[in-house]
Design a protein around this ligand. Structure first.
Ligand code: GLN
Length: 215
């Protein structure tokens, strides 16, 4: 069990960092931006945010953070959660491309719903995560088109997989919980990190800026 004072890190090289951080802090937890290997010290878990996976992968390699993250995961089971581009970083296979961290036995297909204009929202019941249906925001999202036997499917939608868990401490979602008002996924990840979030802590918060009308 982690100490409650340990922060959850958010990889802060590119992409949707502040939205994750605000969700973490809304739960009464500490967040920490991660830019260097030393920022991984003492983390309860690490979020790999959405953004652009090619760019994130390149920055991970340039900074050496790819090796540091893999080492922290291997040596002390650092919990990891990838959202959208972050989920792509975690996959062992990316259709037509080389993988990045290659930690979750799954194949992803990038930009599987089309262009940015084909972004969409929906709701789904995910029993492992929340009693209430959770809002899902898809932005130029990938699909998970294959999962290995060790991977637990948390949410399957129309013919593809949208959320998985692997090895008890790695979570991958092709949508963006940090862009919705719901804190359910951040609570769930805090649980995987061994951090206790009291039931009295909020289950939702004002969505980020322009998304106020959206979800
Ligand atoms: N389309 C991006 C990619 O393939 C992911 C988009 C996102 O993270 N919202 O890397």
């Amino acid at each position: 069990m982690s100490d409650e004072s340990e922060p959850i890190g958010i990889l802060a090289l590119q992409g949707g960092v502040i939205e994750h951080r605000r969700h973490i802090e809304a739960l009464g937890l500490r967040g920490r931006d991660v830019r260097y290997a030393r920022d991984l010290d003492g983390l309860a878990g690490l979020i790999l945010p959405g953004g652009e996976s090619t760019c994130l992968g390149r920055l991970l390699r340039m900074t050496g953070l790819d090796r540091s993250i893999l080492a922290a995961h291997r040596e002390r089971r650092l919990p990891l959660w990838g959202t959208c581009a972050g989920a792509i970083l975690l996959a062992t296979e990316i259709a037509g491309e080389s993988p990045h961290l290659g930690l979750v036995d799954m194949t992803v297909q990038r930009n599987a719903f089309g262009s940015q204009l084909e972004s969409f929202r929906r709701r789904a019941q995910i029993p492992a995560v929340s009693r209430e249906p959770v809002p899902l925001v898809f932005i130029r999202a990938p699909r998970i088109v294959r999962v290995g036997p060790s991977v637990r499917v948390l949410l399957a939608l129309d013919g593809y997989v949208a959320a998985v868990e692997s090895g008890g401490c790695v979570l991958a979602t092709v949508f963006h919980p940090e862009l919705s008002s719901s804190l359910a996924f951040h609570r769930y990840f805090a649980g995987l990190c061994g951090l206790a979030v009291p039931d009295s802590a909020p289950w939702s918060r004002e969505p980020f800026l322009g998304l106020r009308q959206a979800v």
